[in-house]
Every structure is written in C-alpha cells, then in structure tokens.
Design a protein around this ligand. Structure first.
Ligand SMILES: Cc1cc2nc3c(=O)[nH]c(=O)nc-3n(C[C@H](O)[C@H](O)[C@H](O)COP(=O)(O)O)c2cc1C
Length: 190
C-alpha cells in the first residue's frame, strides 16, 4: 500500500477549540499508511493584494504546506452561519498570487463540530462553494456534521463514543479513497 500524507487545517484559533480536538481525533484514527499533518493558519496576517508581488514567508510556508500533501481536510467551526474569518483569510492567501491557486486539483474534505444540532452544516456549504470555485475535488459523502457534546473528544483527541469513532474512521477511509483516485489520475495524465 502507498503511504499518503493528508494535511489538515483547523478553522479555529481558540485555545479551547473543540474542532482542534476533532482534528486530533482524526489524527489518531487515520488508516494505516495515512499520516495527518497540520497546515497551520494561526500566524497568517490579513491577506491584501499588496502582498502579491512578495508573499511573506509565513504565507509561502502555508502554500507549500498545501503543495506538499496528497489531500487536505478542513476542520472548521461555524461562525454566524458561515466559516470563521481566520479560515476565509487563509483560503484567500491560498488562492493568490493570481494563477497560483494552491487548491487547484487538490483533493479536499470538510468536517466540523459545534454544539448545535446541524453540526456546522451551513459553514460547510459555504466552504464547499469556495472549494468548488478553486477547482478542488471535494468529498461529497459522508458529510461530516458532528454535534459536539461535553466530553465527546478529550483534549488529546480521544473519542469517547464508539459510534462517533466508527463514523470518523469511515469518513477518513472515504477521503483516502478519493485521494487515491486523484493520485491515479495524476499518474495517467503526467
Ligand atoms: C462569533 C461566533 C459565532 C458563532 N456562530 C455559530 C453558528 O453560526 N452556528 C453554530 O453552530 N455555532 C456557532 N457558534 C458557536 C461555536 O460553534 C462554538 O463556539 C464552538 O466551540 C466553536 O468551535 P471551536 O471551539 O473549535 O472554536 C459561534 C461562536 C462564535 C464565537
């Protein structure tokens, strides 16, 4: 089996983020031969076209982080029925300079958790629209709407409910299959 590296972006910079706990859970539950690595967004400044001629190192590192992995999972909270500004800012960096969109052709998946019953579904709809514009193939099913309850994820990313853990394993299997399909296509077209 081929080793794959999947990057993940956490759309929250909260020190108590439940989405970071979910990301840690995904790290722990990754299938054999799949390694999850974080692509951090915390230190990105606000994007402005003024940077296009000379991106700051932190933004170059961010774009390189996306380039270096076989696929990207975005783990995000829902803010005001959309995605948090810090995540949108990161996506804007990824899309520039014009013609150098980091997500073009990159397999992606979105998932998120909140206390609300819809588990970030509306944020994910907005996020999928952005990724579609980026020409990023995105996992359609299963949809990762996780309603968080106190203690569902420990700080270390342990999942205390087996049904949720099984769902997350299946989710990662489905995304790995998507990553593999695009890797095969890339081999054929190169
Ligand atoms: C500015 C703001 C807006 C929010 N809007 C929503 C929302 O639209 N839907 C929702 O389910 N939760 C919303 N919440 C609650 C978040 O789901 C909750 O704070 C969650 O813990 C955020 O994820 P994090 O812990 O990973 O940062 C909002 C929270 C904040 C701070």
């Amino acid at each position: 089996m081929t080793a794959r590296t999947i990057g993940y972006i956490v759309g929250s910079i909260s020190s108590t983020s439940i989405n970071r706990r979910l990301a840690r859970a995904l790290e722990r539950l990754a299938p054999e031969d799949v390694t999850l690595v974080e692509i951090p967004i915390r230190d990105l400044p606000h994007y402005s076209p003024d940077h296009d001629a000379d991106f700051p190192q932190v933004a170059r590192d961010f774009k390189q982080g996306i380039a270096d992995v076989d696929g990207v999972v975005i783990v995000t909270p829902e803010y005001s029925r959309s995605i948090p500004g810090v995540l949108k800012n990161a996506l804007d960096w990824s899309s520039r300079p014009y013609g150098q969109n980091s997500f073009n052709g990159k397999p992606t998946a979105v998932i998120g958790t909140s206390g609300g019953a819809i588990g970030t579904a509306l944020a994910q709809q907005h996020l999928k629209a952005v990724l579609s514009h980026f020409n990023a193939p995105t996992l359609g099913q299963p949809e990762g709407f996780i309603q968080s309850t106190p203690g569902l994820f420990t700080e270390e990313g342990e999942v205390t409910d087996e049904t949720t853990a099984a769902f997350l394993r299946g989710y990662l299997d489905a995304f790995t299959a998507l990553v593999d399909r695009y890797a095969e296509k890339a081999k054929v077209t190169v």
